[in-house]
Write a protein that binds this ligand. Structure first.
Ligand code: PRP
Ligand code: GUN
Ligand code: MG
Length: 161
């Protein structure tokens, strides 16, 4: 269970994805991008735009139910990417590294990049933008919504801080 949460806004995500694209530029051009769905879809779209890459393949790995990690199941394979040669794999983050390891085994010649990396999964990624503590759960903009919070003075509870 996470001990803290890190909220990523759309602006921050866009900035981080553009930074990753800039760092990937000298490693390209790429034949195509493989997005790990679903979390990798939006980062992959931003990076594809920056790298002027139009061929997007997907691989679908189901691992988590909310914050609970289960067994990783591949429900769609990246057929168009062959052994990964010339391809770039994009995900939103690596945590335990289980998803990244599984996809890398399918595409051994591809480069793997993601926006955020926790220490355990870090060795599985070739490139990332921000390191996040292992116990922190990253809340992506598609996971959250702005919420009304009553002013402190109008809260009933006695534990105001
Ligand atoms: O390094 P790991 O411990 O494997 O965790 C990282 C993976 O977990 C999340 O995907 P999730 O399984 O939640 O599916 P989603 O992308 O469809 O939300 C995230 O998008 C990564 O793909
Ligand atoms: N949203 C989200 N999904 C994850 N999957 C594995 N770790 C995480 C995390 O920190 N945040
Ligand atoms: Mg995912």
């Amino acid at each position: 269970m996470a001990t803290s949460y890190a909220t990523v806004t759309w602006d921050q995500l866009h900035r981080d994805a553009r930074q990753l694209a800039a760092e990937l530029m000298p490693r390209g051009p790429f034949k195509g991008i493989v997005a790990i769905t679903r979390g990798g879809l939006i980062p992959a779209a931003i990076i594809a735009r920056e790298l002027d890459c139009r061929l997007i393949e997907t691989v679908s790995v189901v691992t988590y139910d909310e914050e609970k990690q289960g067994e990783a199941t591949v429900i769609k394979r990246p057929e168009a990417a062959g052994d990964g040669e010339g391809f770039l794999i994009i995900d939103d983050l690596v945590d335990s590294g289980v998803t990244a390891e599984l996809v890398r085994r399918m595409l051994p010649k591809a480069l793997f990049a993601c926006l955020y990396a926790k220490p355990t999964g870090r060795p599985l990624t070739d490139m990332f933008v921000v390191e996040v503590p292992q116990e922190t759960w990253v809340l992506f903009p598609w996971d959250t919504a702005p919420l009304f919070i009553p002013p402190l003075a109008r809260r009933d509870d006695t534990s105001r801080s």
